[in-house]
Design a protein around this ligand. Sequence first.
Ligand code: NGO
Length: 517
Amino acid sequence: MKKIIFKTLSVVLFSIVLFSCTSRTPKDLLKESIIPKPVSVVATNSSFVLSETTAIYYQSSSEELKDIGNYLAEIFNPSTGYNIQVQSTDQSPGKGNIYLELSEQADMNDEGYTINITEDLLTISGKPEGIFRGVQTLRQLLPAKIEDKSIQEGPWEIATGTITDKPSYGYRGAMLDVARHFFTVDEVKRYIDLLAIYKLNTLHLHLSDDQGWRIEIKSWPNLTTYGGSTEVGGESGGFYTQDQYKELVSYAQGRFITIIPEIDMPGHTNAALASYAELNCDGKARELYTETEVGFSTLCTDKEITYQFIDDVVRELAEITPGPYIHIGGDESHVTPLEDYIPFVNRVQEIVVKHGKKVLGWDEIALSTLVQDAVVQYWAKAENAQKGVEQGAKVLISPAIKTYLDMQYDSTTKWGLHWAAYIEVDDAYNWDPAELAPGVVKENILGVESPMWSETLTNIKEVEYMAFPRILCNAEVAWTEKPDRNWDEFKIRLGKQCARFDALNINYFPSTKVPWH
Ligand code: NGO
C-alpha cells in the first residue's frame, strides 16, 4: 500500500516538475487591451516570460536604441525587482531576452513597428521612433503592476504572437496652458511621461497669455520677472529659464515627443503689455491681470518696436527649439481690427520663417495670407480651416467640442469650463478628424491635438483628472484608422486600463460610461 502511495506521489510530483519546465500557461495575445488599438495582432497562444535573467539587447551600437533600452529597464526594474541589463549585440540574442532591432520595412512610416513574441525571444523592430512606440505596446502586454514603483509578485508573462502597427496620423499631440496657471518642470515631465504611454508625439506649450509670460527671453527680461510673477487667482506664477526649457525639450526628445512653443499674439498679450510700456499704442504699461476674461488685449500692430520685440522673442525661442514649429497664437484678437490683424499675422509669419521655423497658429490665422508650410489649428471655425486648406495649408484638428480637455465631463465636474460643450468619454471617442469640416479631408490633416487650458486647473493632479481617460480616446482617434474604431469595443479595453492608471498613480475621472474592471 505504502509503495503504491509513494509511486503515485512520485508520478504526480514528476509531472508537476515536467509540466512547469516544458509548458507555458497559454495566453491569448488577441485578448490584450492595447490602447491605441494596433493595426494587426496575430496570436500564437503561448507565453514569453520576463525573468531575472532577461536582458535587453539592442542592435549594433545605436545610442538611440541604448537609451530606449534603458528607458524600458527603468520601467521594469522597480516592479520586478530584477536588475535587467541593457547590452549591445550584433546578432539575435539567446533565449529569454528582449531584442530591439533596427529595420526599415517599406510600408512602415518612422513610427511603425513590429513586435514578434515567441516563447524564447521578444523582438521589437522598426526605426528608433517606431521601437519606442512598440515599447509602449509592450508595457501594456504585461500585468498593470509592471508600472508600480515597488516590488510586485510575478509571473511576468507576455502572450506570444505578432503585432504590426503604425499610426494613422503623424502628429498626435497635447497642449498644456502653463500661462493661466504655471506648472513646474517636474509637473510637465510627469505629463510628458503619461502622454508617451499612449503614443502621443507632440507637446504644445502655451507659454504666454494675459495672465503670465512663462519663458525667459534674455533680451526682454521683464517679461518673466514681472510678466511671469503672477497667475489666475493672484497666486505667484513662475517661468522656465531657457535652461529649464531646454531640459524639458530634451526630456521630451528622450520620449520621442516634440515640444512646440507658443507665444500668443497679437491678443492674449496683457502680461507682455504690463512688462513693457512701449508695446502699448498709448505707451502706458497695463496692470497685471489675474482673472479669466479673453479678447481684451492687443500688441500695438503699427509700432515698429512691436516687430523688433517679436523678432527677438522668436529668435531666442527658435534657438532653443529643435522642433520644426513656432506657434504664433492668433486667436481671439477681438480688439485688433481685422485690417490691422491681417498685416500683423503676415509680418509675424515672415519673422518665423526668417528664423528657420514653420508657422503654426489658431484657425484665425487663415484670414491672413499663409506662408508655405503654415499649419492652421482648427479649434472653433470650420470655415477658417477651409480657408487654410484653400491656401494649401495643413490643418491640425483640435475642435473645442471634441478635443478640449478643459471642457467638463458633465455638469457635476469640479474643474474645467463648459462654454463649448460637456464632453463625456464617449463623446471624446465617437468622431473622426476627416469628417468635421466639409472640404477638410485626410490629406489636408496634419493630425490631432488635445488642448488643456488651465483657467481652473492649479496643479498636475487636476490636469490628470481632466485628461484621463479622454486623452486615450483622442490618442486612438489619431492613431487607429476609422474602420478599426468602435466605442463598444473600445470601452472594454479602456475599462481595463484602470489598474494601470492606479499603478501609475493617475488621477482619472471614473466615468459611468466605462465598464471599469
Ligand atoms: C479658447 C481660448 C483660450 C481659452 C480656451 C478655454 C482658444 C484657442 N482660445 O481656445 O484662451 O483658454 O478657449 O477653453
